[in-house]
Every structure is written in C-alpha cells, then in structure tokens.
Ligand binder design. Structure first.
Ligand SMILES: Cc1ncc(COP(=O)(O)O)c(C=O)c1O
Length: 369
C-alpha cells in the first residue's frame, strides 16, 4: 500500500526527542501554552523572517483571529480565492464579514490576482491569498493593489511552510500570515495546531489576548476572546520538527521532479512551478478529465490518491447563500473536476514513486472500456 503520507516513519526517526519532550510535559503537568510553545513561537517567527508568532489551536483559528485583530467584522468584505480549502472562507464568515471570491489561474492553481481589483468595494477590508498546494500566489502585484486601496493582506500559508516568493519567505509578505500544523502538513503537529505570524506588535498582542479568553492578565478580560490556545504537546512536536523542515521540503521537491520527469509523456496536466516561486509540494496535483476513473483505479491498487478539492467553495451548500452559482468561477470549477493528488511525502522511496507512475501509465495504456 502507498499511503498519501507516512507519519509513522517520520515519528520513528525522531522518537527519542519526541518521547522525552512528552515525558517532560506529562510530569510537569503544564499542558497548555508554556515553555515548549514559547520556544516554538520564537523559532517559527525566526524561520519565517518575522518578529512575532502566536501559537493557536488550528489554522482555522489563526485565520479567524488574524481578521478579528484587524477589526474585521459584520458589514465588511474580505476577498479570497474560490479554489481553496473551505476553512479560508469559513473563517471570513466567522467574523461576520462577507467572503468575496475570485477565480484561480489555470496553470498555478492559485488566486488570479488580476481579478482582485475589479471586486474591491467601499466595504473591502482585506485580501486573503492562499498559497495552495505549496505554491505561492503572485504577491508583488497583489501587495501593490492592497497598498493602493489601503487593504490588509493576510496570507493563508496553511499549505506552504517554507516556500519562497522571489527569495522571500511565505508568511513574511503580508500584514499577517496564518499557518496550519494539521498532522499531514509539511510541518505537522500530533493533533490540531496553527499559528499567526506578523511583524506588527499590536496585532501580535491583540491575538495573544484573543486566543486566551481576552485576558491581559489572569482573569482580567478586556475583550470577548476565545479558547484557541496551542497545547504544550503540539508546541513540543513542532519545535522538534522545525529544524528538519527545509530538508523535508527539499525531498518533496526532488520527488516532485522525479514524478514530473516520469509522467511527462502521459496525457496528464502536471503541476507547474510559477517563475517567481519555490514550490514546496505540500501536494503533487495532476489534472485529467478521467480523474474519477484514475482515482478509483489507483485506490483499487492500494495507491491512495486524494482530491483537493472536489467541490469549489462557492458551490458548497454552506456558501450557496453568497449567490455565486455554477459558472461563476470556471477555472475553480474545472479544477474541482480534474485535480488528483498523487501520494507524495519526504520519506517516499524511488521504488514507491516508480510504482505510482507504473499504475498511472498502465491506466492510460489500457484501452477505455
Ligand atoms: C488552505 C488552508 N487554509 C486553512 C486551513 C485550516 O487549517 P486547520 O485544519 O489547521 O484548521 C487548511 C487546512 O487544511 C488549509 O489547507
């Protein structure tokens, strides 16, 4: 079987460090925030080339708090891309603001920044570019538009830890950036976790209060906040894993290169790396109009491919009330029908990659029924 990720192998390679940190936490009884989370926040801020990182309990919470800290709420509009994981759009809805969507670019699969200016209104407060699959959005033109209209930019970097935009770290480009450390991410915890990073000390302080019931000091609640704190166990795992992230990303890039070389002659659209980007291949996403058949065939042969994502956000029942309807975002709708994520993780062997390629090849070489 070839799984979509292999977290067991990664754990075994770090077992001694992780077990020791967990023992330390179990005997200290400090399960929420504390020194492991603080150490990770410091290390992750430095990794992202920013001043502040605030650990929270998920990437979704990170997005929610980043918007709240910017004062976004009912009556406001926030622009993002229709082709994203639903959490981006949900977090906008949590604040009471209205999500305004634009389409993706067909090659890179990320936000088409040329569409943003035409949807800016007097109510627009922020733009959320999503660095989907590990590929950064074209940030310079987007930041230019944001500056011209006095809008905040919140990067959704949940899938792009360590990727570069023109040699600048993703996460350091906007007003704030949000990361998810869901276990399967390039940097993954052993449960739910996330972080906001920013250079703005006021935003950082506001988020620290909001993540912990609006407390400035114990039991002094200056605002209505949330219970969005990072657990100590997650801080410890993340702190242990962070020094390996660049090497793991390099392995992902090497594996992606091998896939691209071996699949080049097949009737598939392969991932492209934007000229401005260093893609970190959180996902290796191919496109084919026979996606569902290929998905079934690979799974029948114990190769666990996945679909990210089968329904574009504007066509989910949850966001039908936005009124976009079918045909509103043709690229996002096309991608939802054709994208297929092949298994890709740092620990993958060349034999496993060749096995995936052999099955894909067999699929296209067998005459259609
Ligand atoms: C693009 C994107 N944004 C936001 C999130 C939300 O992160 P979490 O699952 O940690 O809440 C995810 C998680 O998969 C994501 O992929």
């Amino acid at each position: 079987m070839i799984p979509p990720v292999d977290l067991g192998t990664q754990y075994r390679s770090l077992k001694n460090y992780i077990d020791a940190a967990f023992q330390d936490i179990l005997s200290s009884g400090m399960f929420i925030l504390g020194p492991h989370v603080e150490a990770f926040e410091k290390a992750f801020a430095s990794y992202c080339s920013v001043e502040h990182a605030i650990g929270v309990n998920s990437g979704t919470s990170a997005l929610h708090l980043a918007m709240l800290a910017l004062g976004i709420g009912p009556g406001d509009e926030v622009i993002t891309c229709a082709h994203t994981f639903i959490a981006t759009v949900e977090a906008i809805a949590y604040t009471g603001a209205r999500p305004i969507l634009v389409d993706a670019t067909p090659g890179t699969c990320v936000m088409d920044v040329t569409q943003v200016e035409s949807v800016i209104s007097a109510k627009t407060r922020a733009i959320i570019p999503v660095h989907l699959y590990g590929q950064p959005v074209d940030m310079d033109p987007l930041l230019e538009i944001a500056r011209a209209h006095n809008l905040a930019v919140i990067e959704d970097a949940a899938q792009a830890h360590g990727s570069l935009y023109k040699d600048r770290k993703v996460g350091s480009l906007g007003t704030a950036a949000c990361f998810s450390f869901y276990p399967t991410k390039n940097l993954g915890a052993y449960g739910e976790a996330g972080a906001v990073v920013t250079n703005d000390p006021e935003i950082a302080q506001h988020i620290r209060h909001l993540r912990s019931h609006g407390e400035s000091t114990r039991y002094h609640h200056d605002m209505v906040g949330y219970n969005y704190r990072m657990s100590a166990l997650q801080g410890a795992v993340l702190n242990i894993k962070l020094p390996y992230l660049d090497e793991w990303n390099a392995q992902r890039q090497r594996h992606a290169g091998t896939f691209t070389k071996l699949l080049a002659d097949l009737p598939l659209t392969l991932p492209v790396e934007a000229p401005y980007a260093q893609h970190v291949y959180h996902l290796y996403v191919v496109q084919t109009d026979r996606r569902d058949e290929l998905y079934d065939r690979l799974r029948a042969n114990k190769i666990i491919a996945s679909i990210h994502y089968p329904i574009p956000s504007h066509l989910t029942p949850a966001f039908a009330h936005l009124g976009y309807g079918a045909g509103s975002f043709p690229v996002a709708e096309h991608l939802a029908k054709e994208v297929l994520s092949l298994p890709l993780y740092p620990e993958m062997t060349t034999e496993q990659i060749e096995q995936v390629v052999a099955e894909v090849r067999k699929f296209f070489e067998t005459p259609k029924q």
